[in-house]
Design a protein around this ligand. Structure first.
Ligand code: T3D
Length: 262
């Protein structure tokens, strides 16, 4: 019986995506890359889905490219692996205007590390680790790593991690500002702060959160003046939502808001 390389379920308004090739540490083959793209597309298009949680099944988050696949004679070529597998995934993670929470449950190497870092809020288990493994096999960091990592931790640290390919712990990743939080977790997902945070975000004013993501994305290449203009426009848009009215009314009526993501 074949099992899917991507497990997908929707819990209330939260999409839960699990990379599922545990025998090879959830490394990406072509099928898994295309299936993740399709799953993210589904999350984008379904208005009931208001936040996305991504993690790995088994002891790893993801060991990057499946290296068996690249050496096979009929396997995909480097250009298409980067251009058709990983680049669309990274663009979707950044462009979907819903919060995307990643829980790095174990090792995250190569493209696996950079896919995690492209998510909006990254938690990692205290036993997890991050490796910019590319240099060890003569490649350059891809999957947005050369764009995102220096912006998270600075040019010098990013260069060293990318050139040396050192494994760093999740505590160190948190200390560097590479991830939001390192966590001690139990087997029970419902007790996991990463999952609870994703669930909480899925009940928040998610149109506003999506616009926040848009503003942050654009800020990376804007001047202050351009960015102030963007804030003015996006705030005007956020002010037209049901959730803005609900938030203000709930505050004034001293009750809990019931946000709808509209
Ligand atoms: O052409 C291109 O490559 C373009 C693509 C670029 C994007 C990239 O992601 S490049 C980077 C590719 N990834 C790596 O170089 C990481 C390779 N893996 C490792 O270095 C280690 O596995 C880890 C440090 C991630 C974990 O080490 P450890 O000791 O915990 O586990 P292990 O024993 O090495 O691995 C367990 C099994 O998973 C093992 O199989 P086995 O012996 O039990 O049958 C191992 O071969 C398999 N595995 C791990 N990573 C990969 C993999 N199989 C295929 N591809 C992998 N990337």
């Amino acid at each position: 019986m074949s099992t899917s390389s991507i497990l997908f379920e929707v819990k209330n308004n939260l999409a839960v995506i699990r990379l599922n090739r545990p025998d090879v540490l959830n490394s990406f083959n072509q099928e898994m890359a295309f299936l993740l793209q399709k799953t993210l597309q589904k999350c984008d298009e379904n208005p009931e889905i208001r936040a996305i949680y991504i993690t790995g099944n088994g002891r790893a988050f993801c060991a990057g490219q499946d290296l068996e696949e690249v050496i096979s004679k009929d396997g995909p070529k480097l250009k298409s692996i980067v251009g058709e597998h990983y680049n669309p995934i990274i663009m979707m993670l950044r462009k979907i205007e819903k919060p995307i929470i990643c829980f790095v449950n174990g090792v995250a190497a190569g493209a696996g590390a950079n896919i995690a870092l492209a998510c909006d809020i990254v938690f990692a288990d205290a036993k997890a680790s991050f490796i910019q493994a590319f240099s060890k096999i003569g490649l350059i960091p891809d999957s947005g790593g050369t764009y995102i990592l220096p912006r998270l931790i600075g040019f010098q640290k990013a260069t060293a991690l990318m050139m040396l390919g050192d494994k760093i712990s999740s505590e160190e990743a948190e200390r560097l500002g590479m991830i939001y939080k390192s966590l001690n977790t139990t087997e029970n997902e419902d007790e996991n702060e990463a999952f609870a945070t994703a669930m909480k975000l899925s009940k928040m004013p998610t149109v506003g959160l999506g616009l926040t993501k848009r503003a942050l994305n654009i800020s990376l290449s804007n001047t202050l003046e351009e960015q102030l203009h963007i804030e003015e426009n996006l705030q005007t848009l956020a002010g037209t939502t049901y959730d803005y009215k609900e938030g203000v009314n709930a505050f004034l009526e001293k009750r809990k808001p019931d946000f709808k993501g509209k």
